[in-house]
Design a binder for this molecule. Sequence first.
Ligand SMILES: [Ca+2]
Length: 76
Amino acid sequence: MKDYPQGYIPNVHQLDALLKRYCLWTNEYTDAKLVERLFRLFDVDRDNKISFADFLIVSSILQNGTTRDKMKRTYN
Ligand SMILES: [Ca+2]
């Protein structure tokens, strides 16, 4: 919350920085297309930012959804 006081991740670059910060990427390798794809995956309402609600919805689908739900969210 300290890093995102506005309550959302505002763009792809911020998501990339977040992923690097928490070591989900190595620092030498960043796949810009993958980051962009992840951003779109989590931006449920397509307002070009990832809100906490967006994050919870996608996390819930990935943890509890059916295979169809997950495929639909991933490739929609
Ligand atoms: Ca959004």
